[in-house]
Design a protein around this ligand. Sequence first.
Ligand code: A3P
Length: 292
Amino acid sequence: LTYKVPDEHVFKGVKLHDGMLHEGSEEADIYDNLELTVDDCIVASYPKSGTTWTQEIVWLLHHGADTDKAKETTLTERFSFIEMIQQIRKVPEMLPPKLIKTHVPYSSLPRNYLNNSTTRPKVVYIARNPKDTAVSYFHFYRANRAYGLYKGSWSDFFEMFINEYTVYGCWFKHVVSWHNFAKMEPNILFLKYEDMKKKPTEQIHKIATFLGKDIDKEEVLKLTEHTKFESMKSNKAVNYSSSERIDASVSPFMRKGQIGDWKNYFTVAQNERFMMMYEEKLKGTDLTFEFE
Ligand code: A3P
């Protein structure tokens, strides 16, 4: 059982879904001509890698660590998810700093970003080990109306993931390409979910330093507490519980938030196949992931 992205939903080589950008549309034009400044910020990732978590941290670092204010409005309102038709429209009117969310590969970023290296905003990229990413994506497909509340089994989804049928396509190409650009461009910070999970205060400090934000020890601890999984799970401003797209009774957006849940899904045979692919695709890179 597969959900294959129809051809008309391929935008700049990226597989998208209903409600997202189309080639040649007015919104695609807004996307390509997006004017951002060095004071704005982009959070980028392959889906299910810890994007929401990173967004909350990035927002707070841009807003004086004001956790009360963060709770007043949803992340959907505080960021613009630029592949979404409804959300790209609001970017020109957003007040600075404009905070942007995207899941596109580097080479599919807005033309204006790629062509103007002097005005590029900083990018915080978050990657997660692909086995946990796949499991998280499986549950997201099941609970997401945009994917027709996917009814396939885990093994169906596993085949979709490794065959690049999923929305946003190949995990390997996405992460390897962003990682390569991050090594060349100082305005990209490449983070890993597993580091955030194991050393949250250190990682929050790292993001603050990268963004050039002064933050004292107490504030870092406050952000660590505010952005830990349990806090985010019960925080309506970030947990997508009010999202019409997600049927939380199938699977809540804030599902498990753990490293190693893949062990509850991957069969021995799937793991062997996956790890062969992993070794092959990451060969020649210095990219490594922790799986537990
Ligand atoms: P699980 O489905 O494994 O629980 P994204 O925001 O990129 O869509 O990623 C969603 C995944 O990140 C979900 O993974 C979600 O539970 C997890 N997540 C969100 N906030 C988190 C946090 N503060 N700590 C750990 N995991 C978090």
